[in-house]
Design a protein around this ligand. Structure first.
Ligand SMILES: [Zn+2]
Length: 297
């Protein structure tokens, strides 16, 4: 990975945002490797979406969720297996029912251990959060879709198929028209392509684009991205349009046999010009690399 000085990926349980009745988000406050975390309540149960990275963060999230639940039963789900989203799930064992899609459970089991090592290499603050992490086993695993009845409120969990990772899922709360996208959508930054050949090549730009087309078409009044500020339906359209442009500009150059280095330089310049205020510019290069590999030869 690139030489980043990673900030301490600490979840701060402050500035809680109420998005609808009995539905709040612990915002990531623009801190890298901290996700937006959702708490969705019903009459009988409360669903937590994402854990934060490692036990220390997850303990804070669990403490907040338990206080919020006031005796209601706790469920936990994660949008995908990446460390800041799911590597705190072990802390919820015995306290919450951990429920995820099959493909994500597979990712967690197969790729989880390698990701602990890889992320520990990102610097001391990250390594500290991951100290002693053991990967959780889900209590309930579903194939494509699961409707979780919290009591007077049904939450729809849907596996999207491979996109940002093999096992992405989205969480929709129909009565409030809120959608949790995980890292399928980011606000104020370039799409995160975890493209690290030969170690990890699961991300697919073309499949991700199809997923975003579908999500943008379905819409949602409130969109909670994996990272960055909570927004509206435009957020889904923005990611879709970015991915489409990234694919088109990459493939046009690939068609005329331009070298990958040149494609990266030209496409990066173009994307930065288009989105000068977006963070995470290093992810453009990863995206181009991924889409080059998906170019129909
Ligand atoms: Zn991710």
């Amino acid at each position: 990975m690139a030489e980043h000085t990673m900030p301490d990926p600490v979840v701060h349980v402050t500035d809680i945002q109420e998005l609808a009745r009995d539905l709040v988000v612990i915002p990531n406050r623009q801190v890298q490797l901290v996700p937006n975390i959702g708490i969705i309540g019903g009459r009988d149960s409360v669903l937590v979406v994402e854990t934060g990275m490692g036990s220390g963060n997850a303990e804070k999230v669990l403490e907040f969720a338990a206080g919020y639940a006031k005796g209601r039963r706790l469920f936990l789900t994660t949008t995908h297996f990446h460390p800041e989203h799911a590597f705190g799930a072990q802390t919820f064992a015995g306290e919450a029912t951990f429920l995820i899609n099959q493909a994500q459970a597979e990712d967690l089991k197969v790729k989880g251990p390698g990701y602990i090592d890889m992320f520990k290499g990102l610097g001391e603050p990250v390594a500290r959060q991951l100290e002693g992490v053991t990967l959780a086993q889900p209590d309930v695993v579903y194939e494509q879709s699961y409707d979780l009845d919290l009591g007077g409120r049904v939450v729809r969990l849907r596996a999207t198929g491979r996109a940002h990772s093999k096992g992405d899922q989205v969480v929709r709360v129909p009565d409030a028209d809120v959608l949790f996208t995980g890292d399928l959508a980011e606000a104020g930054q370039f799409a995160i392509f975890p493209w690290f050949p030969p170690y990890d090549t699961d991300v697919s730009g073309t499949r991700w684009l199809s997923v975003m087309r579908r999500l943008a078409a379905e819409g949602a009044e409130v969109v909670v991205p994996g990272h960055g500020e909570v927004g509206g339906p435009q957020l889904l359209a923005d990611v879709r349009d970015y991915l489409r442009l990234l694919r088109d500009e990459t493939w046009i150059r690939r068609d005329s046999a331009v070298s990958e280095r040149t494609i990266i330089d030209e496409v990066s310049a173009l994307m930065i010009e288009r989105h000068p205020d977006w963070a995470g510019r290093d992810w453009i290069e990863k995206g181009v690399g991924c889409l080059c590999s998906e170019h129909p030869a």
